[in-house]
Design a binder for this molecule. Sequence first.
Ligand SMILES: [Zn+2]
Length: 313
Amino acid sequence: MRAPAPTLAGLHGCDQTRPLYSRFSALYFRTPAWLKRAARSAFASRQGRLDGLIARYLAFLEGAPAGDGRPVPALLTHDVDTAAGLATLPRLLAVEEGLGLASLTFLVTHRYRWERAALAPLRERGHAFGVHDTTHDNRLAYLPPADVESRIRRAQEALGPLDSGAFRAPAFLRSASLYAGIASRVRIDFSTNDAALVWPHPGDGLGSPFPVRYRRMVVAPTTLPRDGELLALGLDRDATLDVCRRKATQLARVGAPLVMLTHPDPTFTDTTARMETYGDFLAWLKSDIRFRLLSPAETLAELNVRATVELAA
Ligand SMILES: [Zn+2]
């Protein structure tokens, strides 16, 4: 079986349809959390049986050839979509710090109040920061490239010395225009999955678990199932750990990096129980020699080295 090949169509999200909430962003943020969760569950159940979704998700790498057997890097990332999420972030980071780990957090720079001075101590403890849009109105991918670029510039200027050059688009919504707009400003992009479990639709993404080069950027796909997807599917602790471990094992076998996304926002990884499950998964990763958990700065450098395939512009 051939190794999965990265595609420009997957990078741009060419088979995505523009979701309604990207036109009316109030739908995304002003809906009560419980209703959003119920809607997500209904959406997920429409996609077919749970077992079928997970089987399809894991089938993506099943036939791919084995890698060189070296340990694979693991990068922990967070998107902070809301003020409540920012308030909860230190608790999530404390779970990592308890295991001697650190992570990369993407901030929405002009949506909620935050202060560089408050984040500086987190950076001193090894955590890194990047851009997750200015407002998260889910319209970024549908703007002309010049407008995309000016938003990213504004966000990076707000982060100032905290900016690692990393970026993730809101809701994994991508377009050719988005990539044209971010190409001159972003060093490493995390806006695509390898092949998504549920959103924007099952299988959405680059079509490869390996980082690639596109124009001047590294594009590193998010390769583990996301917390919002696992929660929408209603998976309990054991089922969550099972699918995460199985995907991580596949990634180690093919020699691809682990990139994990969790949110501290309400309805995501914001409860003690969910944070404990996250900690259990991290402890499992840390105890296994197939995975390398370095600082986010070191892992970003490692992803850069590993991005050897060039996508055509
Ligand atoms: Zn987000």
